[in-house]
Design a protein around this ligand. Structure first.
Ligand code: ZN
Length: 201
């Protein structure tokens, strides 16, 4: 908010499953939504990009009827995966917010190529929205070695996701979301942040 091009928030517990009035999925306060709302003081439009393995249902719910905050989520297809009842491609927003929610469910075990392809689609939508700031809901549980086993992103894959995200050229708040205990958890965070920092303009 004071001129730094980006910031990383190491939040625990995570937040993206928390609605305004419902806790869920270990989440009580939706940190990404709070960040987006604070950024709105100086930015007419804010986009939230959620790359956690799980759909950011709380974030979607909070902004579902609003056109000023675009919510985009890449995640394992909720047909057989938490949060089950949200995260489907036909959930596009409602009222004034119709068209400002974009879900990209991925087949189970999708790897780097499928994830990066979906990310490119997400970026098309984000660029069309022309946000003045970005919030990244950074889950690391899409990792191939994560105990949840939903997707198969590699450690170098997280670096590429970070690089690609920096390519949007937006002031960015990176908020830590999920990421379950495995030996590579720290490496994956380092990979994302290094990829992001290396490409940031
Ligand atoms: Zn998650």
């Amino acid at each position: 908010m004071t001129g730094a091009p980006s910031a990383y928030a190491l939040c625990r517990p995570p937040g993206h499953h928390a609605f305004a009035d419902v806790a869920g999925g270990f989440c009580f306060i939706n940190n990404s939504a709070v960040a987006a709302q604070v950024l709105r003081r100086n930015a007419a439009r804010v986009a939230i990009l959620d790359v956690d393995l799980h759909h950011g249902n709380g974030t979607q719910g909070i902004f579902y009827a609003r056109p000023d905050v675009l919510t985009v989520s890449l995640h394992a297809d909720p047909v057989r995966f938490y949060p089950f009842f949200w995260g489907h491609a036909d959930e596009r927003g409602e009222g004034p917010g119709l068209g400002y929610n974009f879900n990209l469910p991925l087949p189970r075990k999708s790897g780097d190529a499928a994830f990066l392809e979906a990310l490119a689609t997400a970026f098309q939508r984000i660029r069309a929205f022309a946000p003045e700031a970005l919030v990244v809901a950074l889950g690391l549980d899409a990792f191939e070695g994560d105990p949840f086993g939903g997707l198969s992103v590699t450690t170098p894959g997280f670096a590429r996701i970070g690089e690609a995200t920096a390519g949007l050229g937006l002031p960015t708040v990176i908020v830590q979301e999920g990421g379950y205990l495995c030996d590579a958890l720290g490496d994956n965070l380092t990979a994302f942040l290094t990829g992001f920092g290396g490409k940031q303009r």
